[in-house]
Design a protein around this ligand. Structure first.
Ligand SMILES: [Zn+2]
Length: 343
């Protein structure tokens, strides 16, 4: 038996909504789960999938149904070889492609292979181009009784209204710092001793991830923190005109576009918060951002946030992180109070 509410309590509200719907046999054909990056949306979707595929759901902690973990369906799922659940996620292009949506549509109309139900998950429904969205719309317009579609959406990244209006939307919050810490500590304990990040690294990862625990785990166990420390240092050097833009931008190269945009979004968001009298999420950038916030009107911080959104828009998904970083760095430098020679 798996009940995600025990392990990830911040998912429990959205999870129990689905459990109740299943119990009452009135689950919608299509769901959107929205939430910040790294809060566990995929875990939630897989738990919903398991519940829908399971032959003999049992009552979980809350008295609501959850997958039994023992039937044939659950065994196939545990072995990641259940043919009636599919996940469609962006590949190299960072977009969910129309071909993937067409594959989803064929999957939706076919009969279940071993079970009684099918589940299709689109992880990053906010990353669909217009062709992919239109193809999905056709499937949404002709719902089939034995298929459930689960679309995952990152907060602040819109899904087309035509799609949204055909789905029931649920949201998951970011956990509290103590819930996030508890989850992270549990995961870290399962790592081999020499692979466990230090408490300092864990705290920093949680800070940078804004308490999104799965993202923090990625940060703490991968290369991100080191790359980000270098990138922030170069960013500060560039702002003081000590290095040219090309050198500063190079620091973002191996980080990839998604993390590069994510960092610039965090910094622009922090700048907006500081201008409004709040505090920065990225404590390491607070000195520089605090300095900038004193001479900067709020609309300029929002302009920087908009630039990140533009970079994320469909057309530039093949762009290099280095190029996007250059563009953003130049916009940032215009906030510096002193006129400087152009780099
Ligand atoms: Zn089962």
């Amino acid at each position: 038996m798996t009940d995600i509410a025990l392990e990830m309590p911040w998912l429990s509200r959205a999870w129990q909504t689905i459990q109740s719907r299943v119990k009452e046999d009135r689950l919608p054909h299509a769901l959107i789960l929205a939430g910040e990056r790294g809060v566990g949306k995929r875990v939630w979707a897989e738990a919903v999938g398991a519940l829908l595929l399971c032959d003999r759901p049992v009552n979980g902690e809350s008295g609501l149904p959850t997958a039994c973990g023992q039937c044939k369906q659950c065994e196939l799922l545990a072995a990641s070889s259940h043919p009636d659940i599919r996940v469609y996620a962006p590949e190299k292009s960072r977009m969910v492609k129309v071909d993937q949506v067409r594959a989803l549509s064929s999957f939706a109309v076919a009969s279940p292979q071993v079970g009684h139900h099918k589940v299709a998950i689109i992880d990053r429904a906010d990353q669909m181009n217009i062709n992919a969205a239109n193809a999905l719309l056709k499937t949404l317009e002709e719902p089939l009784p034995d298929v459930t579609l689960i679309l995952l959406q990152e907060s602040g990244r819109p899904v087309l209204p035509t799609i949204r209006s055909r789905c029931q939307t649920l949201t998951v919050p970011v956990p509290t710092n103590s819930d996030a810490n508890a989850w992270l500590a549990g995961r870290v304990r399962k790592l081999p001793e020499d692979a466990r990040p230090s408490p300092e690294v864990l705290a920093k990862a949680l800070m940078l991830a804004g308490n999104a625990p799965m993202l923090a785990l990625d940060y703490a166990t991968g290369e991100f923190i080191g790359l980000r420390d270098t990138a922030l240092e170069r960013f500060k050097e560039f702002m003081k005109s000590r290095i040219p833009v090309g050198e500063a931008a190079k620091a973002f190269k191996s980080m990839g576009l998604e993390d590069t945009l994510w960092l610039f979004e965090t910094w622009a968001g922090d700048l907006a918060r500081l201008i409004a009298g709040g505090t920065a999420q990225d404590a390491d950038a607070e000195d520089m951002l605090g300095f900038l916030s004193r001479g900067t009107p709020a609309w300029r911080a929002h302009e920087l946030l908009d630039m990140v959104k533009e970079s994320r828009a469909a057309g530039v998904y093949n762009a290099s992180p280095e190029l996007e970083a250059s563009r953003l760095l130049i916009a940032w430098q215009k906030l510096m109070p002193v006129k400087r020679p152009s780099a």
